[in-house]
Design a protein around this ligand. Structure first.
Ligand SMILES: CCCCCCCC/C=C\C=C\CC(=O)SCCNC(=O)CCNC(=O)[C@H](O)C(C)(C)COP(=O)(O)OP(=O)(O)OC[C@H]1O[C@@H](n2cnc3c(N)ncnc32)[C@H](O)[C@@H]1OP(=O)(O)O
Length: 718
């Protein structure tokens, strides 16, 4: 709703009230319309201030209303009512003015912002465009290039930048509402003719066509198949080429197109999913709202390889004191240099103070004796990690949290090396750890709820999205990756090439295809794991070379590693690169010949594999594993899996995540296609639809938010 009050005798004040962000729900819109009429009808009122309760102007349209039938006054007539008002209307912008909130502010005649406020049009991230005149007013106010930048990227600007761009009239360090009231009094009676943005001519730079061409190219490059950014460009184009009223019609047309799109649904689902994962629960009943995090002031990182360095940087930038330990002198000195460089670049990019003094380096594990939390990031080797955990358990003060950055080893086995297994959790960072936003917090059967809560909160403080997951081989992300990779290898055996598989996945929207990712992360990583699992056997031919434990196995990755092809680092992998460490993947005729030879040796006949088969086999195998994970209680809900895949594995956000995507395809269709492929490949268990997937499909493909009702009480392995 919106509150009305009279201040200083002649100023009508409309206060938006809809916690937590004063979103423009039907009640708020109704309130604004009613209170505007009241202010305009009261003769004592000479000017109006619009502000938001609790220091937040407005977070935009109420996204929760989008799924349901819209009620209440529409936004467009509401902003026209404000702009057409005969009394000056001033927006007092505190906290945020985003999306519809900024459109509301642009319809006011003046805008006063607090210096800490942020403003922006983030609609593009929800698969939309600013649909209440934002695409028509902003270019009229700040010009086409700046408007295109803000609307197509959705980036938030500070009050200072907004002032520089001309979006706000004044910025204050004092109370913005008081400043707006004073300002409103000062403009009482002044003509409003020059204050209605919709009446401004839209500036037409001479190189207009080139500007729009560049903007289109830019969004095509970065959108990876998302439709909203390009549609935003079209809407801004209408502002320049059409009169305001026609431009508004075009904006509405384009908005409707996006509003009803699957991509908008996926992005809006994802928005709430990312927030839902902070309300975590574990298979043994611990919950976010009943578990109190422990205070952590000082942390330690053990092992300063690539991951340890990134984790050290993340901790220091988040304000923690860090003891960074590397027992090899040479490695330690290289790490110091690398960490300094990362901190300097980070400070420059983010405009924050350098955090060098937060870090103390040591080559002795004894240096961690007084820390509150340790993150072990040594080489991915169980025996080594066990030794480190035994040492830590003996050295650290009582009550210290012992965390491991393993990407898939058994947390429980590590916990059993310590005197206090309840203090052990996994903190699985993604490379590069100081950049990637995802953190899998892995709890074991004995991890205490406070320890899980602490790791989740630490992640948040480091600016990460933390997702709590149960302990199993590969946790959530890497466990699902296995069947996906497996299918990609099988497709090569059957006749595909790495570039064909990658192209299909990139057209779907992945940042990189599976083989490019494999070259980037290093083929030797998986090889070591397969070797320690006893899967890699001496080269042989015939069917037995491609069977392990009764299931189909592709030794292709092993064979490449045997030839020293580890990916980018060696300049050769699934692709070729101009030099070791090269980044540009080029198809490799050697590899094509190798695949042909391999097929011949194993009696495989290459066949044509179409786009649909590549996509379905890779994605549905991955999705099927996701359902198995839900069934096992390793992830609490589909949102957890989707957030992990979008933030950690390059799944296109506009497709919501693998579980949401499965729902959009139709669970019955996913079951049907998996069964189809399983019939053809009976030796691939990963293609057998799991029982939860079958159950959900049989119960009529329920909406994703209803899945939890069908998922039985988690039957965790814990
Ligand atoms: C053919 C059909 C025609 C229909 C005509 C309609 C015409 C429509 C015209 C105009 C449309 C305009 C579109 C919009 O305005 S879309 C909304 C644009 N705004 C945003 O995208 C802002 C989204 N929110 C945020 O970025 C952040 O939440 C922020 C406001 C920066 C606050 O961040 P933070 O402090 O970190 O807090 P949280 O993110 O955790 O949020 C706190 C809770 O508030 C909920 N929230 C936030 N914003 C909204 C919103 N706009 N609507 C509803 N709810 C919102 C958020 O979900 C958190 O709650 P919970 O944890 O329960 O999920």
């Amino acid at each position: 709703m919106a509150l009305y009050s009279r201040v200083s005798g002649s100023v009508g004040m409309i206060t938006l009230q809809n916690p937590p962000v004063n979103a423009l729900s039907a009640a708020v819109r109704q309130g604004i319309v009613d209170m505007m009429h009241r202010a305009l009808s009261e003769p004592e009122v000479k000017s109006v201030v619009i502000c938001g309760q609790n220091g937040k102007f407005c977070g935009g349209a109420d996204i929760r209303e989008f799924g349901a039938k819209m009620t209440g006054p529409p936004l467009v007539p509401m902003v026209h009512l404000i702009e057409a008002a005969s009394k000056p209307v001033v927006a007092a912008i505190e906290g945020i003015a985003l999306g519809g909130g900024l459109e509301l502010a642009l319809s006011c005649h003046y805008r006063i912002a607090h210096s800490k406020a942020t403003l922006g049009f983030p609609e593009v991230a929800l698969g939309l465009l600013p649909g209440a005149g934002g695409t028509q007013r902003l270019p009229r106010l700040i010009g086409v290039p700046a408007a295109l930048d803000l609307i197509t990227t959705g980036r938030h600007v500070t009050a200072a930048e907004a002032r520089q761009l001309g979006i706000v009239d004044e910025v204050t360090d004092l109370n913005a509402v008081d400043a707006a009231v004073k300002f409103a009094q000062s403009v009482t009676g002044k003509s409003l003719d020059a204050r209605r943005i919709s009446t401004y001519p839209c500036p037409r730079p001479p190189d207009l066509d080139a500007i729009f061409e560049r903007a289109m190219q830019q969004v095509r490059r970065s959108a990876r198949g998302a439709i909203a950014p390009g549609t935003c460009v079209q809407a801004v184009h209408a502002a320049v080429t059409l009169p305001y009223a026609k431009g508004m019609e075009r904006e509405r047309e384009l908005f409707s197109l996006l509003f009803t799109s699957g991509q908008a649904r996926a992005l809006q689902y994802y928005f709430f999913a990312q927030r839902a994962v902070s309300r975590w629960s574990t298979a043994n009943g611990a919950r976010w709202d009943t578990s109190k995090p422990r205070p952590v002031r000082k942390a330690a990182v053990i092992g300063l390889g690539t991951m340890g360095r990134g984790i050290t940087v993340s901790l220091a930038q988040a304000g923690f004191s860090v003891v960074a330990v590397e027992t090899q002198e040479q490695q330690l000195s290289e790490a110091k240099q690398a960490v300094s460089g990362m901190l300097e670049r980070g400070a420059k990019r983010r405009g924050v103070p350098l955090a060098h003094d937060k870090i103390k380096y040591s080559c002795s594990v004894q240096a961690v004796a007084d820390v509150d939390l340790v993150i072990e990031a040594v080489f991915e080797d169980m025996a080594l990690k066990k030794t480190v955990f035994q040492q830590l358990s003996a050295i650290c003060k009582p009550g210290v949290l012992l965390c491991t950055n393993t990407s898939g080893l058994d947390i429980d086995e590590l916990a059993s090396q310590t005197q206090s297994p309840e203090l052990v959790v996994g903190m699985h960072f993604f490379a590069p750890a100081h950049v990637m936003q995802l953190l899998e917090v892995v709890y074991g059967p004995r991890s205490s709820p406070e320890v899980v809560a602490t790791a989740m909160q630490m992640g948040k403080k480091m600016g990460k999205v933390s997702v709590a997951v149960g302990n199993c081989r590969g946790f959530v992300g890497n466990r699902m990756l296995k069947p996906y990779l497996e299918q990609a290898f099988f497709l090569l055996e059957e006749g595909a090439t790495p570039e064909q598989v990658d192209q299909v996945l990139e057209e779907f929207g992945f940042a990189m295809g599976v083989f490019k990712v494999s070259d980037l992360s290093g083929l030797d990583v998986g090889w070591k794991v397969r070797k320690s699992d006893g899967l890699v056997s001496p080269a042989s031919t015939g069917t037995s070379a491609r069977i392990r434990g009764g299931s189909r196995y592709s030794p292709l990755g092993d064979l490449l590693c045997e030839r020293g092809r580890f990916g980018q680092k060696t300049g050769r992998g699934w692709y070729q690169y101009d030099k070791p460490g090269g980044r540009v993947a080029k198809p490799d005729p050697w590899l094509h010949g190798f695949l042909e030879e391999y097929r011949a040796q194993h009696g495989l006949v290459a066949r044509h594999i179409d786009h649909q088969e590549v996509l379905e086999r890779c994605l549905y195998a991955l999705i099927n594993e996701g359902f198995q994970i839900l069934q096992d209680g390793i992830a609490a809900g589909p949102e957890d899996i989707d957030v992990i895949y979008v933030l950690g594995y390059g799944w296109p956000r506009h497709r919501g995540g693998p579980m949401f995507y499965a729902g959009q395809v139709g669970l019955d269709k996913v079951v049907e296609r998996l069964e189809h492929y399983q019939q053809i490949h009976p030796d691939v268990p990963g293609l057998q639809p799991c029982s939860l997937l079958r159950k959900l499909a049989a119960s009529g493909n329920p909406a994703i938010h209803k899945w939890r009702e069908v998922i039985q009480k988690p039957r965790s392995q814990l």
